[in-house]
Design a protein around this ligand. Structure first.
Ligand code: SAM
Length: 252
């Protein structure tokens, strides 16, 4: 397994992985990977710590763990983090879930291998694989065809600070719908709409945050319930700029 893993992570063919997408999407993904590999992977944890206070981080983790545990579950759950990055939140969420459900399996998907190799160094119990939020099912098929063993459906899915990097938000919702079990739950934490156009250049952002009504409406195209709220007291701070954070919860 170790050898197959090394080959898969060291030799990713984005054109093969993303063959269902149009060339402009693939080019944008390749430049996101370059940005995150060169500018963020090694220092992602420090970046997160500069954005939030300890209290903010605790609140975010509590919201995600609370959503995951709100669903009736046995002693085994399959949980997926989309755009897990270096695993800053993945590990904290995993620890929170394992306290209650020690047998839960945690999977972390991201498009940037350099991010996932940092995550693996932190906790080898979390299974990492390469993939895109816009096609989770196809990403799992690609991983499994390279010797991994990722389940096709999840009891819970979460994501932190990744949605605003995704190119096609509607496709992300459809993709979550395809891999979430019927009784499952998805929770997305990200930034509210903001005016800082320079974030596109400075941080590779694709969306300048989100309008919660628009996001909810889009969520309702694929899920029966889509609830959003601004997280009280939590803000993402970058230099002198400060942005509200939201939680979006999707269930059928
Ligand atoms: C700002 S980081 C957030 C990482 C982590 N969730 C956190 O909170 O620290 C965004 C991550 O999303 C990944 N990413 C960007 N576009 C993606 C996509 N379409 N599908 C999956 N991952 C993507 C990047 O590689 C990067 O690791």
């Amino acid at each position: 397994m170790e050898e197959a893993y090394r080959r898969y992570f060291g030799d990713i063919d984005y054109y093969e992985l993303l063959k269902a997408f149009e060339p402009s999407y693939i080019e944008n993904i390749v430049s996101q990977v370059k940005y995150f590999t060169e500018k963020e992977a090694e220092k992602r944890d420090e970046i997160v710590l500069s954005y939030f206070t300890e209290d903010d981080i605790e609140k975010i983790v509590k919201i995600i763990v609370g959503c995951i545990l709100s669903k009736p579950a046995g002693d085994k759950l399959d949980i997926l983090d989309i755009g897990a990055g270096s695993g800053f939140f993945t590990v904290k969420v995993a620890e929170g879930v394992w306290r209650e459900i020690p047998g839960a399996s945690i999977y972390a998907m991201d498009i940037t291998p350099a991010m996932l190799s940092i995550l693996r160094r932190k906790n080898s119990r979390i299974t990492t694989f390469i993939g895109v939020a816009e096609d989770i099912r196809g990403s799992i098929e690609y991983a499994n065809s390279h010797g991994l063993d990722i389940p096709g459906r999840f009891d819970a899915i979460f994501s932190t600070l990744t949605l605003h990097h995704c190119q096609d938000i509607e496709r992300v919702f459809r993709s979550i719908d395809e891999v979430l079990k019927d009784e499952g739950i998805a929770v997305i934490i990200d930034i509210c709409k903001h005016p800082y156009e320079e974030f596109r250049e400075e941080m590779g952002d694709v969306h300048l945050g989100f309008d919660l009504d628009e996001l909810r409406e889009l969520g309702l195209k694929y899920f029966k319930n889509a609830t959003t709220y601004v997280i009280p007291g939590v803000r993402c701070r970058e230099s002198c700029r400060s942005i509200e954070m939201f939680s979006l919860c999707l269930t059928r």
